[in-house]
Design a protein around this ligand. Structure first.
Ligand SMILES: Cc1cc2nc3c(=O)[nH]c(=O)nc-3n(C[C@H](O)[C@H](O)[C@H](O)COP(=O)(O)OP(=O)(O)OC[C@H]3O[C@@H](n4cnc5c(N)ncnc54)[C@H](O)[C@@H]3O)c2cc1C
Length: 466
């Protein structure tokens, strides 16, 4: 492959990170985005999910920092919050409250801030050995420019063409890659869908003045199949909270004022409702329902064109409730770098295998959990999944009271460890011991309130790691 010009289609997280990697391997990189990028960290239409909670788990943080050293400092100065998980989280798991051990960390800020900061770093004057990234905003890619059965660039909605040695599709869930490939004579990729029929509703709040609590975030999980509703309250820059409520099995988070609060009140614990009921809402409530786990198995296609790859949600999208999509896109960006460093033909197919590997652990976690809901639409639920889920129930219960198992579990969620590590002998032994001992459950924490609303016993610390 010549390394003169690479084109990335889609300027959200997967596209931005891919463009950064390509800038170290190509003379020139063009990022094409159908939206116009705002100059400020504000919402844009092409990423409608940005109005909902977006946390960056540790693995994603690590990769983004490798690609853009110092970015987290910039985000921190802009008000992004590092949240210890579970140290800073009141977390009601399916098996009860989790003790607040030291574990891993996540970065919590608004998605517009994160994208804006990454975008600025990507497009600033390149340092050292990387090429400039040109941005072509307000341009819609409608197809691939063919050279025989290979890809030689993209076709724009305006009718123009842009030749390239490599085209990366990072257009998200709505990717047209299957039909673009079909136009070149390639078969459609096999697809897997596991749809928990889950819908989000989210709203920004001002953190009440003087609010004083020993937690930074709240996470009240469903306990499927018994309950289907989840609520999260996460801190954002600018002294704000973002509250996302979601329900599976079409029990969608509602957008009505009263219904939103009622939904929050109906979660398995009232702590989230207690926190938001007196807080000042800053935005209307917005909904999002395109949340199915959806995988296009490009790695299984035998024939594949030269000059084209697919990454990010376009290849594998997850139920967002587990917060994995951006981190998986980041790991795939590293795979792109590795594949481009390896000499030899077949780069494109090697990369699609790398994308599949990057997504494998997160896919297991998300679909394994989603198959607990009776209403989840999926081809079939294997006995193996049921057996694994029964074991994971025990892991979750143990992690609530055992710091080692807790650490391992949050490392899996944070993509720092493979799900198979939950079956390591040390974990198995602790899970078995917990099952025999059955320690007392962690007590329910008492919600904290703003000072004007606080009485003597409200800012309790139960649940903190002793
Ligand atoms: C409700 C919700 C909450 C989420 N929460 C989290 C979270 O907490 N943590 C996490 O890691 N992930 C989360 N995710 C997932 C995360 O949003 C995505 O994984 C992430 O944005 C990476 O996606 P992407 O870049 O592949 O695609 P997208 O973000 O969908 O972006 C695609 C881009 O391509 C552009 N585009 C599309 N078609 C064209 C075209 N033909 N020509 C030019 N441009 C085009 C679009 O305008 C857009 O900019 C969440 C997702 C949802 C839905």
């Amino acid at each position: 492959m010549k390394r003169e010009h690479a084109v990335v289609v889609g300027g959200s997280m997967a596209g931005l990170l891919a463009a950064r990697v390509l800038s170290a391997h190509f003379d020139r990189v063009t990022l094409i985005e159908r939206d116009r990028f705002p100059d400020e960290p504000v919402f844009r239409a092409g990423v409608p999910q940005a109005r909902h909670v977006h946390v960056l788990w540790n693995r994603g943080r690590e990769v983004v920092e490798v690609l853009f050293p110092g970015l987290e400092d910039t985000l921190g100065m802009a008000g992004a919050v590092v949240v210890g998980v579970p140290a800073d989280v009141l977390w009601l798991t399916s098996a009860g409250w989790r003790r607040r051990f030291d574990g891993t960390e996540m970065l919590s800020c608004s998605r517009p801030l994160l994208d804006w900061a990454v975008r600025r770093r990507l497009t600033e004057a390149p340092d050292g050995d990387r090429a400039k990234v040109d941005v072509l905003e307000g341009h819609h890619v409608t197809g691939l420019l063919a050279q025989g059965r290979d890809v030689a660039g993209v076709v724009l909605g305006s009718g123009g063409e842009l030749p390239a040695d490599l085209v990366v599709d990072a257009t998200g869930r709505g990717s047209r890659a299957p039909s673009w490939l079909a136009a070149l004579g390639y078969p459609a990729p096999p697809e897997t869908r596991v749809d928990p029929l889950l819908g989000y509703a989210s709203r920004y709040y001002a953190i009440p003045p003087g609010f004083d609590a020993d937690w930074k975030a709240l996470y009240i999980q469903a306990d499927p199949p018994a309950t289907r509703r989840t609520g999260g309250l996460f801190p954002l820059e600018g002294g704000r909270w973002l509250c996302s409520l979601s329900g599976a099995g079409r029990d969608y988070g509602p957008t009505g004022e009263d219904a939103f609060l009622e939904f929050a009140k109906g979660l398995r614990s009232p702590v989230l409702y207690e926190a938001i009921r007196d807080a000042e809402p800053l935005t209307p409530i917005t909904a999002f329902r395109r949340t199915a786990n959806h995988r296009r198995h490009y790695e299984r296609l035998r024939a594949w064109p030269r000059g084209f790859v697919v990454t990010g949600d376009a290849a594998c999208a997850f139920n967002p409730i587990y917060g994995q999509g951006m981190s998986v896109a980041a790991v795939a960006a590293l795979a792109l770098d590795r594949c481009l460093r390896e000499p030899g033909p077949g780069f494109e197919r090697r990369f699609q295998r790398g994308v599949a590997r990057s997504a494998a652990g997160a896919w297991l976690v998300a679909t394994g959990e989603d198959l607990r809901y009776r209403e989840t639409e999926a081809a079939h639920v294997r006995l193996r999944t049921r057996v694994i889920n029964a074991y994971v129930d025990e892991v979750v219960a143990t992690a609530n009271v055992d710091r080692h198992v807790c650490r391992r579990l949050v490392d899996v969620l944070a993509l720092m460890a493979a799900p198979t590590s939950l079956f390591a002998p040390a974990v198995l032994a602790r899970v078995a011991a917990n099952r025999v001992r059955r320690p007392a459950p962690v007590p329910m924490p008492v919600p904290s309130r703003p000072p004007h609303d606080r009485n003597a016993e409200t800012s309790g610390r139960p649940g903190r790691d002793p």
